[in-house]
Ligand binder design. Structure first.
Ligand code: ZN
Length: 197
């Protein structure tokens, strides 16, 4: 335990996901002991990310404008939508360079235990996007775990009423895992081998 501000900063870093007490202490001392460390830049970015970054009005991806760069890009295949749980999955899939369509970020997955139901996700917005008939295929790329599968099943039933082909990423993704942690090759292959639902 340290006194005052030092401990306060360690505690604050320790509240961040993935940062344990030791890392929190290491980061704090790095800032303290490195004169060249640009504290003002970090604090500006922290303020900016909260003030200037929000979610794309179409797909729910993160952006500094009303629409994200993917939705603004006319070269993207407008007939394909890949449905993911969260914005981190968009960047994981973009890294594979396997997919040139559009995305739809749900903002989570159906989880009765966590009290998340279909109404808590951006499903109405997805249905609105599909209404004009432009989209011909919806790829369900929710995580290969219990909640992700439940969400994919729910969506595939819902989408069955429309004349749109619905596919799910191929197996090969680690079951119980998170899409964002899958390596690019595995994720890329999962796209190629997606199957119809
Ligand atoms: Zn977008």
């Amino acid at each position: 335990m340290y006194d005052g501000i030092v401990q306060d900063l360690i505690d604050e870093f320790g509240r961040l996901p993935g940062i344990g007490p030791k890392s929190a202490q290491r980061i704090t001392f790095h800032i303290l002991q490195t004169p060249s460390f640009d504290v003002s830049r970090l604090s500006t970015l922290l303020g900016d990310v909260r003030d200037k970054v929000h979610f794309c009005e179409i797909c729910g991806n993160v952006t500094e404008q009303e629409r994200c760069s993917i939705c603004r890009d006319a070269r993207r295949n407008q007939t394909l939508i890949c449905v993911v749980e969260d914005a981190k999955d968009v960047s994981a899939i973009e890294r594979t360079r396997e997919f040139r369509g559009l995305y739809h970020v749900l903002g989570g997955s159906i989880s009765p235990i966590a009290g998340v139901g279909p109404d808590d996700l951006r499903i109405t917005q997805l249905m609105q996007r599909l209404a004009d008939g432009t989209v011909q295929e919806v790829i369900l790329a929710t995580n290969p775990n219990l909640e992700g599968e439940a969400t994919a099943t729910y969506l595939s039933r819902l989408l069955h009423t429309l004349e749109i082909s619905v596919t799910r990423l191929a197996s090969g993704l680690p079951v119980g895992g998170d899409l964002e942690y899958a390596d690019e090759v595995t994720l890329g292959r999962a796209f190629e081998g997606r199957r119809a639902l």
